[in-house]
Design a protein around this ligand. Structure first.
Ligand SMILES: Nc1ncnc2c1ncn2[C@@H]1O[C@H](COP(=O)(O)OP(=O)(O)OP(=O)(O)O)[C@@H](O)[C@H]1O
Length: 335
């Protein structure tokens, strides 16, 4: 049924270590990804969106590790699997990657190997995870390339990634991600480098996956226009924390955290016309190695008071599933 949790993330902490210093890139994050819904993750550059998504399938850079917390995959066939307990390169972890849980990246060459033909890579992915013949897998690869709108798929299937244009490579990567009908699709800024027409086609495909196959989608994006169009649920991240979350309607219509309000005011939204007022968020994100002791947004916040300088606020429920971590959310809402 749509809406059931497919992934539960509880108190996830993923840290980077270098030169005897520790960057708490993800610092106690909790959220659910639900069947047949798109969860959008938003926040300024460096707030921990990518590291959060990569932690789910442990495609993490070498210097980082999951320090604490639990990531559980609720599979209908396999039961509950605590992904965060699996070793990052274990056979079990690899069996989930690319089949049950797929990830698409900003840079398609992260997922496509330049030395193998595109069709071969998609076919291999299918063969690795499913009990089908080579011919069946190749036929599916061809169908996927067609579905993605790749021109001359019969010819393209036997070409190398460098023979594709940037937009085509992106589609090929998405074809690969979708080749095993994943239950969860993690999409990290999947269309940033593409022109708007192709962007729209890719989002349409993601919508189709969600409605036809009940796929649970996590989408990282900077584009609030995309959020307002595609998101069912939203989490807003700041300095490795989720500072506001809820359904898209709750968060976008009634932002309760000063940071969310500032973020929404700082980004032009397509379709809102030329008259919209855009105000950059004042100040800079703090140095991750020299964090403020209390609320991480306090140095930039117009609502900051003494309490905010002492401790990070706990999660407060505003209404329904709407949550914010701000001592003064009532005043923020009434601003
Ligand atoms: N490979 C890496 N080595 C060291 N630190 C890293 C690495 N990748 C990310 N970080 C650090 O982890 C923190 C979170 O980064 P992350 O990439 O998740 O942010 P983000 O919100 O996805 O940003 P963007 O929108 O720019 O992609 C940042 O402080 C960043 O500097």
């Amino acid at each position: 049924m749509s809406g059931e949790n497919v992934i539960t993330v509880k108190n996830l902490k993923t840290y980077f270590y270098s030169n005897n210093r520790c960057n708490k890139a993800v610092n106690g994050v909790s959220f659910d990804i639900r069947k047949g819904r798109t969860l959008c993750v938003v926040g300024e550059s460096g707030c921990g969106k990518s590291v959060t998504a990569s932690s789910i399938i442990q495609l993490l850079p070498k210097l980082s590790r999951i320090e604490e917390g639990e990531i559980t995959y609720h599979s209908e066939e396999k039961g509950d699997i605590v992904l965060s307990k699996l070793k990052r390169n274990s056979k079990e972890m690899r069996s989930f990657r690319g089949s049950d849980i797929a990830m698409i990246f900003q840079d398609p060459l992260t997922a496509l190997n330049p030395v193998y033909k595109v069709g071969w890579q998609i076919t291999e992915n299918i063969l690795q995870h499913e009990d089908v013949t080579k011919q069946e897998a190749r036929k599916r690869a061809l169908d996927l390339l067609k579905q993605m709108g790749i021109p001359e798929p019969e010819k393209r299937i036997d070409q190398y990634p460098h023979e594709y244009s940037g937009g085509m490579r992106q589609r090929a990567m998405i074809a690969m991600a979708m080749s095993c009908n994943p239950k969860v699709l993690l999409a990290d800024e999947p269309t940033t480098a593409l022109d708007v027409t192709i962007q729209a086609q890719i989002f349409e495909l993601m919508e189709k996956l969600k409605t036809e196959y009940d796929t649970a989608i996590l989408l990282i994006t900077h584009d609030m226009g995309v959020v307002s169009e595609l998101a069912d649920d939203v989490i807003v991240m700041y300095m490795g924390n989720v500072i506001e979350s809820g359904t898209a309607r709750e968060v976008l219509k009634k932002p309760a955290h000063p940071y969310t309000q500032a973020l929404l005011a700082s980004i032009p939204i397509l379709g809102r016309g030329k008259d919209q007022q855009i105000e950059p968020i004042r100040g800079m994100t703090p140095d991750p190695y020299n964090r403020p002791p209390g609320c991480q947004f306090e140095p930039r916040c117009d609502f900051a008071c003494d309490k905010c300088r002492e401790a990070m606020p706990d999660e407060d429920i505003i209404e329904g599933t709407h949550m914010a971590r701000c001592y003064r959310w009532k005043e923020v809402l009434n601003k």
